[in-house]
Design a protein around this ligand. Sequence first.
Ligand code: TPP
Ligand code: MG
Length: 275
Amino acid sequence: MVDLDFLKQKANAIRLNSIKAVYLAGSGHPGGALSAIDILTVLYFYKMNIDPKRPDLPERDRFVLSKGHATPGLYATLAERGYFPKEELKTFRKLGSSLQGHPDMQRLPGVEMSTGSLGQGFSASVGMALAARLDKRPTHIYTMIGDGEMQEGLVWEAAMAAAHYNLGNLTVIVDWNGLQIDGTNDEVMRIIPVEEKFKSFGWQTELIDGHDMAAIVAALDRAAAAENTPCAIIAKTVKGKGVSYMENNYAWHGKAPDETLARQAVTDLGGRWDE
Ligand SMILES: Cc1ncc(C[n+]2csc(CCOP(=O)(O)OP(=O)(O)O)c2C)c(N)n1
Ligand SMILES: [Mg+2]
């Protein structure tokens, strides 16, 4: 029995720590972190076969944050899961910190791929899934891409290769928040129809509400059960989810709130400023 309340509490704690980290850094990407956090929570607290104390176990599952700018969400999730002390979140984006603006697999245990150049994490995930098969490891690779990221040609080369090689051990989650760096997908470069595109490339697909924990759990379970077909979970999300003034506002793609707004965010999330 999945404890959905536990997952919701974790997601909320992760949202609070993400916002605090961005505020303290004075920079970062809160919008696309907040849209992704419910999915990250289900992956790290329910779905993935991982052990934070043994981050290099060969048979572990892997998560690749292809939309690498969403580090506030990834780092707060890794800290919550016990990969490193939460105190370290205060060093986010500081010189010399392991918690750089984009994830660095050389510096931080738990980061499976260095990402940030959109499209590349997904392609690397295809290679990781092929490698797991060659090695006969039970590893499942999960990768998250942004909807704006879908405009990268590399995404479709990866999608084609994954289907060609029947990569049942690969799941991509599209964080479909409708917004990218400076506008809507429709304004910048239309990506619809999203689900049909993946289907036509030979993928198993499903469309879910990316903030409905039960739906995320069910979709990930079905994706992991697929044997010879890669799965795309198209998750409808809200950029800035949980923070009133950030929701559905692309202005919060890549900037930090000042103290007044950071306090407002903490209040919106039902947290305490001094915790
Ligand atoms: C190859 C590449 N081009 C441009 C950028 C700059 N950039 C960073 S985030 C972003 C927008 C991404 O939008 P989306 O994938 O929708 O992310 P989300 O809404 O989830 O934050 C852009 C253009 C980049 N990181 N890599
Ligand atoms: Mg987006």
